[in-house]
Ligand binder design. Sequence first.
Ligand SMILES: *Cc1c(COP(=O)(O)O)cnc(C)c1O
Length: 402
Amino acid sequence: MDRRNASRGPMTTAIHAGEKPDETTGASAPPIHMSSTFVSEDVSGFSAYDIREDSPYAYARWANPTTDMLEQKIAALQGSEACLCTASGMAAATAIFLTFLSAGDHVLVSDVSYAGVAELARDTLPRLGIDASFVNMSDLDAVAAEIRPNTKLVHTETPVNPICRLTDLSAVAKLAHAAGALLSCDATFVSPIGMDSTALGVDLVMHSITKYIGGHGDAVGGAVAGRADLIRQMRVEAGIHHGGVISPFNAWLIARGAATLPLRVKAHAQGAQAVAEWLETHPAVNRVIYPGLPSHPQHELAQRQMTNAAGMLSFQVGDAETGRRIAQQMIDRLEVIHYAVSLGHHRSLIFWMETEGLMDTSFRLTGAAAEDYRRFAGDGIFRLSVGLEDADDLIADLDRAL
Ligand SMILES: *Cc1c(COP(=O)(O)O)cnc(C)c1O
């Protein structure tokens, strides 16, 4: 964390943290340093284990000034000591798993999560001898029952993609910490604005910065924020050794987006609230799930844990056949909203996610877990990322397609 700025508000932090006028030119906007290597003034080693906090720049896989700027900005926004930026959100998730887990360890993962994380945890980790098990993290008894003597990490996601179910982070942090495990949370759906994951006890806050933090749909990246010693371990293992570092150009684009994050997230939430309330009244819509609606099954937790629900909502329209038909109508009729995956951009994005297909490929839930998923998603949901357009235009667009 940029401690000089610790007392500043989030809007000032988003703009100024990590940045300063260029020392040689006085440029107010930060430069892009694309250099992959840096001229050395000392004879020094070339091992990841040689890096110290005050090491000069040596090679861009270790550190780069433009990437540093973004890392300091995200750490400050998240109220964390440090941050590691990665090539993508998936590289951030992989960085957490492969830095803090070894063969013989157990990791407890939310039974619903971003599909890539779900598949990585179910297929890749067991291949490496890491035992992964999956629970509904809104059920604290289930979390407590699944923690084992060799549990090293609990990985959750809130609001969870794609059903916007919530995890009580401070309660899960207590359970994880009592067992000596770290808690990581994928907070992509809410961004650092709107939920203080660090204060709630999360050790490693992960974001796909492709989404809200970048905010403009033009750069892929990831970030993990946390204590300096944990981030340093990740920098050595995941950054320098596994090599999934972000391009300085993407870091610069994402930092430019991050400067307006607090303003944008406020506008996303306002738009999403209006669209969600309208969808609740539409006869073709069976159910709307948005943490900002009093009808969200965990609305009380949302109010306690989140100060802003951002722009992600999901809604059901009936059985899978109806959903597929309406998805096709959306592809044919939407004029403003893009029918596309991804989220958190200024452009609104919508995508149909059928339950049966997701169960076969990513989540593979059975019994009570599958039933709970269906309580939120039915036979399928539309995942809508409400962008920054006028809410009336989004509502008119949805009305054309429903
Ligand atoms: C998009 C996303 C990811 C993966 O991020 P990429 O930048 O696409 O690799 C991980 N978690 C969540 C919740 C996401 O929405």
